[in-house]
Design a protein around this ligand. Structure first.
Ligand code: BTN
Length: 323
């Protein structure tokens, strides 16, 4: 009922009398008043005047379900859309929900994470103002193909950000979103599988948008950038989130239909390291050489000084001379 009243107020920019709301929704004046107060508690600014009624002044700068699902053009991704003011990690919550049977397309979003996780066991700072969310997928694939989801997510994020704003955000292998060498976002994909099939994937996406970077240790701060810093102004988290979810659905369905080929082709177009001299630090060691390509499973092919081509499955890349 609260959401229906909100939609009604959104459609009517001028004053709406309390009596009209009572009639349309078949509610008493006290009930209408209670719903208006509940919306105010959610952060909506709603003016109330005797003899005039109610007027919606502004929505809160929050990614509430009412704000995101309205105008979201997807069929699977974002249904349901689960919103939390604070979580330890949206990936943890999504994994728990998936274990309990949550369906493909479920999105879990938190305004703030207290225990956000990055790749390779690192901490991911997630204060208010960023976009921190996870998507549950259940692709009918064998586990070896799971890494493709990370490439789907990277392509979706870059396309969405570039369609929102014409900025040169690119991808650094395997999944960092970067702008002039500084990190704007990252992706953490986690897998639950049997030997021959995926139970579920949780694709966690973290994008630095309007959040402050002051809480980051100084060494890290120099390597991080927010979209607000790139744009020089506040940007709409709502529009970016909706665009990412829409792009994600498009590229995910494409992956399911056509395999990873088209996703990788687009990923390569936006990548910043193929063809360059790089350092790679992975769980199995450190290497230096030229990034030749990524293969059909998304592994990095690195040609070392001796001419040997190494196939690297995970790690961090630094571009020689640029970072
Ligand atoms: C990286 O190290 O580059 C990956 C960072 C992924 C961060 C996101 S934020 C939403 C989701 N929940 C988490 O705890 N981590 C991911």
């Amino acid at each position: 009922m609260k959401s229906a009243i909100l939609r009604y107020l959104k459609k009517r920019p001028a004053w709406v009398s309390g009596e009209e709301i009572c009639q349309v929704f078949n509610l008493s004046r006290t009930a209408v008043w209670k719903h208006i107060n509940a919306l105010r508690r959610d952060g909506y600014t709603i003016e109330a005047r005797p003899r005039k009624g109610y007027r919606l002044v502004s929505p809160p700068d929050l990614l509430l379900p009412e704000e995101i699902t309205e105008g979201l053009h997807t069929r699977i991704i974002g249904y349901p859309y689960l919103y939390y003011p604070v979580l330890d990690s949206t990936n943890n919550q999504a994994k728990q929900l998936a274990q309990d049977g949550a369906g493909e397309g479920t999105v879990v979003l938190a305004e703030e994470q207290t225990g956000g996780r990055g790749r390779m066991g690192r901490r991911w700072h997630s204060p208010r103002g960023g976009l921190w969310f996870s998507i549950i997928l259940r692709p009918p694939f064998e586990p070896a193909r799971a890494a493709g989801a990370t490439f789907v997510a990277a392509v979706a994020c870059v396309k969405a950000i570039r369609s929102y704003m014409d900025v040169g955000v690119g991808i650094k292998w395997p999944n960092d979103l970067v702008y002039r060498g500084r990190k704007m976002g990252g992706i953490l994909t986690e897998l639950s599988a049997e030997m021959d099939r995926i139970n579920f994937l949780v694709v966690g996406i973290g994008l630095n948008i309007n959040n402050s970077t002051d809480i980051l240790p100084p060494g890290l701060r120099a390597n991080v950038i927010t979209l607000r810093q790139i744009a020089g102004r506040e940007v709409s988290r709502k529009e970016i989130l909706q665009a990412v979810l829409q792009e994600f659905e498009e590229w995910y369905l494409r992956w399911c239909r056509e395999g990873l080929g088209p996703v990788l082709e687009t990923w390569k177009f936006y990548n910043t390291c193929i063809g360059s001299e790089i350092y790679v630090k992975g769980p199995g060691g450190e290497w230096h050489g030229r990034a030749l390509d990524v293969d059909e499973e998304g592994a990095l092919l690195l040609q070392t000084g001796s001419g040997e081509v190494k196939r690297i499955l995970s790690g961090d890349v630094a571009l020689v001379g640029k970072e």
